[in-house]
Ligand binder design. Structure first.
Ligand SMILES: Nc1ncnc2c1ncn2[C@@H]1O[C@H](COP(=O)(O)OP(=O)(O)O)[C@@H](O)[C@H]1O
Ligand SMILES: [Mg+2]
Length: 268
């Protein structure tokens, strides 16, 4: 079964004033697939992601259809949304600091999250937290649990926020520019990690980024957003090799070509 089917999603101001911010986009995500999303800023990428968590900003409404594992999300109750968020669909944001509390040790944040969502006891939650930090390839996980976010580098913080997103074993991960704030080599590590997670767990990933060179190494399909619409979509390699829309060509011309697939040593 298709994991996610978005059909003519429109996001508008509830007042009805102005053009729609997302003007009827349709796309699908299969289990284990990485769907790349690119497009200029303000084109509706983040709002599309937020609508999949039922977290649109106040004053905005979504219509159309968001079918997740065969079930319609848009009409579900607030209680059902709570179960969807985290447990089925999770999101990683551009700035890892925004998903971490500055005043709490990582151990408290991770174990609180695990106890709340999975109903684990204190010791179990701590053991699971260590496992999750290992899963995202952070060294000395036990020591990390005693640290505050400001003691970590940006790349480490992003790994922790990915660990939190993975905590409940979501089937779909929305990564919204997760590497924009990071250095190039750290960025490569995060991309490799996401690629590994989808291969191991069959998690579907919507990967929003400006980094087309990176996407060319991990995306199976590509959706190009422009002013609230998807103006081009298709098999990622096809789009990279022969973009049909003039806007996609402009985007691609601005990107240095990278070897594809990425050599094994930098994917790991
Ligand atoms: N809370 C909001 N109220 C009204 N308009 C918004 C709100 N949030 C975002 N927008 C507008 O919606 C459009 C799409 O935004 P967004 O999805 O964040 O774009 P992207 O992620 O592609 O950069 C932009 O024009 C933005 O200004
Ligand atoms: Mg955005």
């Amino acid at each position: 079964m298709t994991l996610l089917e978005v059909e003519t999603l429109r996001i508008q101001r509830a007042s009805g004033v102005g053009d729609p911010l997302v003007a009827g986009v349709s796309f699908t995500v299969e289990a284990g697939e990485v769907v790349g999303v690119v497009g200029e800023s303000g084109s509706g990428k983040t709002l599309t992601g937020l609508s999949l968590l039922g977290l649109l900003p106040d004053g905005l409404t979504a219509t159309g259809s968001l079918r997740f594992a065969g079930r319609e999300l848009l009409t579900q109750t607030p209680k059902a949304w709570e179960r969807t968020r985290g447990a089925e669909i999770a999101m990683v944001l551009q700035d890892p600091s925004s998903s971490l509390h500055p005043m709490l040790k990582l151990g408290e944040q991770l174990t609180d999250h695990l106890r709340l969502h999975l109903g684990l006891g204190k010791l179990e939650a701590r053991a699971r937290a260590v496992e999750l930090l290992e899963r995202v390839h952070l060294r000395e996980p036990r020591r990390l649990l005693g640290q505050y976010p400001h003691q970590l580098s940006g790349g480490m913080k992003q790994r922790v926020s990915i660990a939190i997103a993975l905590a409940c074993g979501p089937r779909l991960l929305i990564a919204d520019e997760p590497t924009t704030a990071l250095d190039a080599n750290i960025r490569t590590g995060i991309i490799g990690l996401l690629d590994e997670l989808r291969r191991e767990s069959g998690m579907g990933i919507i990967f929003v980024t400006h980094d087309l060179a990176m996407l060319s190494s991990i995306a199976d399909r590509l959706n190009v957003f422009r002013t609230g619409e998807i103006i081009e979509s298709g098999d990622a390699q096809r789009v990279f090799r022969s973009p049909q829309h003039p806007y996609t060509r402009v985007l691609l011309d601005a990107v240095p070509r990278v070897p594809w697939p990425l050599p094994k040593e930098i994917r790991a």
